[in-house]
Design a protein around this ligand. Sequence first.
Ligand code: MG
Ligand code: FE
Length: 170
Amino acid sequence: MSDTTAQHLFLTGLKNAHAMENQALSIMKPQASRIENYPEVEAQLNRHIAETEGQIARLDSILDALGSDKSGLKDMAMSLAGSFAAVGHTVAPDEIVKNAFANYAFENYEIAAYKSLITLARASGNLDAIPALEQNLAEEIAMAEWLDANIEPVTLKFSSLKEAGETAKK
Ligand code: MG
Ligand code: FE
């Protein structure tokens, strides 16, 4: 890979990651505000929302250090919104369970994106950017692990609330 190609791909990858993180916020914030019966899920979503805001700030400082023009970022966020439109399940009678699947998928998408971005940072010689990207990656891995461990308890809680006649969906 030539230096110019690597640099171009790294910059594009940073902008895509920025759009991905804004999309993450637009998925998690409405979910967290709708939850009524699953306080552990709500608390974890709120923790990850705060982390995600920090991830965006890290991406912003990498883009700033590269002298990148950030005026195009909003458009990319809007176009990514379409591709993840299926992620929300607010009309499903088991939305808490379906969102558990979708969030797990989304976090694993983010993990792959940061692994690719770290590879491009290395290939383009942007070594200063790597620690911040590794920190974002570590937070995505931790969230994916939490969601993995949550699938069983949320499924069991959904079924027991349903049996008790509660509005279990959220
Ligand atoms: Mg993220
Ligand atoms: Fe995440």
